[in-house]
Design a protein around this ligand. Structure first.
Ligand SMILES: O=C(O)CCC(=O)C(=O)O
Length: 309
């Protein structure tokens, strides 16, 4: 574990942590990932990210998938995912990165919505609660350079303002197999794009070569490694059907900023999270985190999607 975790995260917008999971839990996650992938590819699990659609709503345009949504849903029948999401290793890193206590942890990310700022449209962050990113079965696919909450056509000044909006959550990818899909621009969570970076990130098209964008790097994770990142870091990804991928992709927030300032929603088919069978399958930390989310939901307004396909 890097000793200057928080400093690296704040300065770079991301930090890689070697291993937060025991060998036994890691094998159990790999087995569950295999079953979930089979169910998704065979059409048995319908909550998925479809090839051809970069951002939600994902739709049904393709039979090929690059992600599995809602892996903690009781219907998937894989409780090990919730065990991992609520584990000490993860929670301790999140607390350190968000400078918060156990009593502040909340499922999903908390965001302040300033609906008066038109270029900030929150992606439904419960879509990002906990999913798994997989390699498409038979198609190459890629995501364009983006920040999760700021549209690509924001002006420099709009981007600067949007990057200053309160953000009390963290997102992460944990690789169950080697994963070289993600590209980021270190430090870009703090500053607007340069004119040259804008040239490579202002259209809905994915790049031919992500490394053409000045300042970009490829983030390669070894099995068991986790990259924690600020979801407004400039990032993109490429997906190769021949490179096996099963990467846990999740987010967690802190209510420290005050739930009255925050808006978050359980919408778009996320009612299962309020059902008692989901709550019953969680440990004490999970139940508390869910409770904080539901309390926040009570003060939530409607939000739309931040990025269009
Ligand atoms: O595939 C990845 O690692 C990145 C996914 C991503 O950028 C997103 O969901 O916004």
């Amino acid at each position: 574990m890097p000793s200057n975790l928080k400093e690296l995260y704040d300065n770079q917008g991301y930090v890689v942590v070697p291993s937060l999971v025991s060998e036994t839990l890691f094998r159990a996650l790999q087995d569950a990932a295999e079953r979930a992938t089979t169910k998704t590819r065979s059409g048995q699990w319908v909550h998925r990210r479809t090839v051809g659609r970069q951002f939600p709503p994902y739709g049904e345009d393709s039979t090929d998938s690059w992600g599995i949504q809602h892996v903690m849903h009781p219907d998937l029948g894989e409780p090990v995912f919730a065990e991992w999401y609520t584990s000490d290793g993860l929670a301790n890193v999140v607390k350190e990165l968000l400078l918060c206590d156990e009593n502040d942890l909340q499922m999903g990310e908390c965001r302040e919505v300033r609906s008066l700022i038109p270029y900030i449209m929150l992606r439904d962050h419960m879509e990002e609660l906990f999913n798994m990113l997989i390699n498409p079965d038979s198609h190459e696919f890629a995501l364009r350079w983006h920040r999760d909450d700021i549209r690509e056509n924001a002006t420099e000044e709009e981007e600067r303002q949007a990057l200053n909006v309160w953000h009390d959550g963290v997102q992460w990818n944990t690789a169950l197999y080697e994963d070289a899909c993600l590209f980021v621009v270190p430090g870009s969570h703090r500053v607007p794009r340069t004119p040259e970076q804008r040239v490579h990130s202002s259209t809905p098209d994915p790049p031919n070569n992500p490394l053409d964008l000045p300042g970009s790097i490829q983030v390669t994770l070894q099995p068991g490694e986790t990259v924690f990142y600020n979801s407004n870091i400039l990032h993109c990804a490429t997906y190769d059907p021949s490179a096996k991928r099963a990467t846990l992709h999740a987010s967690m927030g802190s209510t420290r900023g005050g739930s009255s300032r925050a808006r978050n929603v359980l919408q778009h088919g996320l009612d299962w999270m309020t059902e008692s069978r989901f709550r019953k399958g969680l440990n004490e930390r999970g139940r508390d985190m869910l409770e904080r989310l539901i309390r926040m939901k009570e003060s939530a307004g409607e939000v739309g999607y931040s990025l269009a396909n």
